[in-house]
Design a protein around this ligand. Structure first.
Ligand SMILES: NC(=O)c1ccc[n+]([C@@H]2O[C@H](COP(=O)([O-])OP(=O)(O)OC[C@H]3O[C@@H](n4cnc5c(N)ncnc54)[C@H](OP(=O)(O)O)[C@@H]3O)[C@@H](O)[C@H]2O)c1
Length: 234
């Protein structure tokens, strides 16, 4: 594959956690990376000829258009978008106010939709465009009262992935909702007393996402659930 044909992936929330682990994994697999971060910092391991970092704040409604444009100017193509940036608010649906729900929906649902929309024509031009929505097992079941508000946003994120899959199928675009349980990142450390060793390693999640975006168009995966612990159905 010549340099001009090497695939390009946009990853939001690449500063730490799952996004940072995924960036490192995809770099080793030959992808060129466009990393979206609130405070752009080039990873220490990165080759600046193959990795670019851009300002991206999911709360900013214009950010996806500008980041997508910068990615196309830098690399000339977009083959995959990973909407990974996300927030959790550990409140019940009764404790929460509208502002909490607005913030969750903005970052976890509206921003991923805007990102896919901004990259849409480039993804279609790829012929094998991929959209990964990093949702959650909280998009599949409501495990507790305190995870309820977050679950409302992640159920919507799972639906978004399905909606993108339907919209893009004839264009060669495949979309997958990734639904992990606890992953050993700052987010989960704030929610559970489990040690990192008992949670999914973000590097293992990165390997799964790397596998999913590499599958051919004829192997569409709508949802992928991952868990570090036994639950009734996951
Ligand atoms: N960890 C888990 O157990 C778990 C389980 C299921 C699903 N998830 C999902 O996985 C995704 C990644 O989470 P993580 O576990 O890696 O959490 P994390 O370590 O807390 O990282 C969150 C990432 O999202 C970014 N982010 C947050 N708000 C943003 C905004 N407004 N604009 C742009 N970036 C923003 C953060 O950037 P800053 O560095 O600037 O804050 C950071 O890069 C999220 O969608 C989360 O809901 C996580």
């Amino acid at each position: 594959m010549s340099m001009g044909e090497e695939r390009v992936v946009m990853i939001s929330g690449a500063s730490r956690g799952i996004g940072a682990a995924l960036a490192a994994e995809l770099a080793t697999r030959g992808w060129r990376l466009s990393l979206g971060m609130r405070k752009p910092v080039m990873p220490a391991w990165a080759d600046p000829a193959r990795v670019a970092v851009f300002a991206y704040d999911a709360m900013d409604a214009d950010a996806s258009v500008s980041w997508t444009g910068e990615t196309l100017r830098t690399f000339g193509r977009i083959d995959a978008v990973v909407a990974n940036a996300g927030i959790g608010i550990a409140k019940t649906v009764i404790e929460a106010d509208d502002a909490d729900l607005d913030n969750l929906l903005e970052v976890n649902v509206k921003a991923p939709r805007r990102l896919a929309k901004s990259a849409w024509s480039a993804l279609a031009s790829s012929g094998r465009g991929r959209v990964i929505i990093v949702a959650s097992l909280s998009g599949k079941r409501v495990k507790s009262a305190k995870s309820g508000l977050y679950a409302v946003s992640k159920f919507a994120a799972v639906a978004l992935a399905h909606a993108i899959r339907h919209t893009g199928f004839d264009l060669g675009i495949r979309a997958t909702a990734i639904c992990p349980g606890f992953v050993a990142t700052d987010m989960a450390r704030g929610l559970t007393s489990k040690p990192d060793s008992e949670m999914t390693d973000p590097r293992d999640l990165a390997r799964i996402i790397a596998m999913l975006i590499d599958l051919p168009n004829e192997a569409s995966v709508a949802e992928f659930t991952i868990n570090c612990q036994l639950e009734e159905s996951f």
